[in-house]
Ligand binder design. Structure first.
Ligand code: MN
Ligand code: MN
Length: 462
């Protein structure tokens, strides 16, 4: 081992086989991103890919034994996958990522008309810089539950022949007052109104709104009240693209955290007969605090693990009891797979360069997140970081350390604390991004590929 620690650049340090595999791997990732722009789409695509690899719905099995592959769906918005090891009571190897991303949701009663233009009222989801969402093409994805209970799926704005939508911005010529405001106040939450139509219909009043409703009724069979039981999400309509003359990076919406979700998924889909039971958890609602029954704090995770253990016990003719899940968690390890803030040469002063992750520096191990003195961080132990570091070194996985900005610069958290609170050894491990939470986040292809290799090696570790 070198005496000095130095972050490597993967494009220099990686072996030839890694260099030849990174591009095809990232093509699969980009394809996933174009077809998984919401948590619902990511969850159903994960299930589809899992079924192709022989994973079965847990509801269709009556017992589980080593090598079995199952998935457990949670309300179409989150999903757990598992490949059975010898004995789950010896602990699990868990990779937990989230499949929701910052976006803009429609309000429950969204449609209105102003000066003969029709708009949707919105409420943003997660931490966005509002000005970034103006004057870019947007699409609408989601579900509408009709009055009779029928569910209609909606995707508009992705196909080249689809229309797109937009939140307008003020022209610079008339923006003197706006430009003098603080960035956090120049665009308001109530100002994020989505432009959706302009042709007047036959109604006496609100003619354009009426005409838009007519169109929606013809296409989806919906009336205005149906919006109340809908979840419609506004996301950038752009596709994932290579970035740079050298195509070394990926520009895409939603890489926080679908880059870790995809790599965690790709890893478990290739896991065969692990010694310990491998679990890939794809959770919802991380961007708004992991709450609710599809978030990481939900009992879904524990209930699903209990189900796995009880089916494993059933195969041996033994009964499940509550101590078993506690014993299993106490022996488990988890990589909380989430993105980090790559140092940005244009904004270096928010990072401390000896500890900040670099684009293409490899998969990132983050001992603690939090803010103001590590608050709300689970702060992984030296023993755990040592174990993971050794695993990665042994498997020729290029890794780097990461922290979320300078001390007292700001901060944030991940699902690591939720897993750690269950008495599971947990450390953050993911991909550094530039422009995180923007409509076009940037990752380094080598980091994406190293994350996949890292999660794959971890699932099968002893
Ligand atoms: Mn995240
Ligand atoms: Mn985030």
């Amino acid at each position: 081992m070198e005496i000095k620690y130095k972050v490597k650049n993967c494009w220099e340090a990686a072996g030839d086989s890694d260099k030849s595999e990174v591009t095809p791997f990232c093509e699969g990732y980009k394809n996933f991103m174009d077809n998984a722009k919401t948590e619902r789409e990511a969850a159903s695509l994960a299930v589809m890919l899992a079924e192709q690899k022989g994973f079965r719905d847990i509801d269709s099995v009556t017992a589980l034994k080593k090598g079995d592959k199952i998935y457990i769906k949670n309300r179409g918005k989150s999903v757990m996958l598992a490949v059975m090891g010898e004995d789950s009571l010896k602990g699990f190897n868990i990779v937990a990522a989230h499949i929701d991303a910052p976006r803009i949701d429609l309000k429950q009663n969204p449609l209105y008309e102003d000066l003969e233009l029709a708009f949707f009222k919105t409420h943003y989801y997660g931490g966005i810089k509002k000005y970034q969402w103006l004057a870019i093409p947007l699409s609408i994805h989601g579900v509408i539950v009709l009055g009779d209970g029928t569910k209609v799926n909606v995707i508009v704005g992705e196909d080249d022949s689809d229309p797109v939508f937009c939140i307008t911005d003020l022209l610079p010529h008339l923006a003197q007052e706006q430009m003098g405001k603080k960035m956090s106040e120049a665009v308001t939450g109530e100002g994020l109104n989505l432009l959706v139509g302009s042709i007047p219909g036959k109604d006496e009043k609100d003619k354009v709104k009426g005409a838009v409703l007519e169109l929606l009724h013809d296409k989806y069979g919906i009336c205005e009240e149906d919006f109340i039981s809908a979840e419609l999400e506004i996301v950038p309509s752009s596709k994932a693209r290579d970035l740079g003359f050298d195509r070394s990076m990926i520009a895409a919406y939603g890489q926080d955290d679908r880059v870790c979700a995809y790599t965690a998924l790709a890893g478990i889909l290739e896991t065969e007969n692990p010694s310990k039971t491998a679990i890939c958890m794809l959770a919802d609602k991380e961007e708004i605090g992991s709450m609710g029954n599809t978030g990481m704090k939900s009992r879904f995770f524990e209930d699903s693990v209990a189900k796995i253990i009880s089916l494993e016990k059933a195969a041996k003719g033994e009964a499940y009891n509550d101590l078993m899940i506690r014993q299993a968690f106490a022996s488990s390890f988890c990589l909380s797979a989430d993105v980090g803030a790559a140092v940005d040469p244009n904004y270096k002063d928010v990072s401390e360069l000896s500890n900040a992750p670099r684009i293409n520096g490899g998969v990132m191990i983050t001992k603690y997140t939090g803010s103001k003195g590590k608050a709300n961080s689970s702060d992984a132990s030296a023993e755990l970081v040592g174990r993971i570091r050794k695993l990665f070194n042994d498997n020729k996985i290029i890794w780097q350390i990461g922290e979320l900005g300078k001390v007292d610069q700001g901060g944030g958290g991940t699902v690591a604390q939720d897993l750690a609170n269950l008495n599971i050894e947990t450390v953050d491990c993911g991909v550094p991004l530039l422009s995180m939470h923007s409509p076009m986040e940037i990752s380094g292809k080598m980091d994406v590929y190293m994350a996949y290799k890292a999660y794959k090696a971890f699932y099968s570790s002893i």
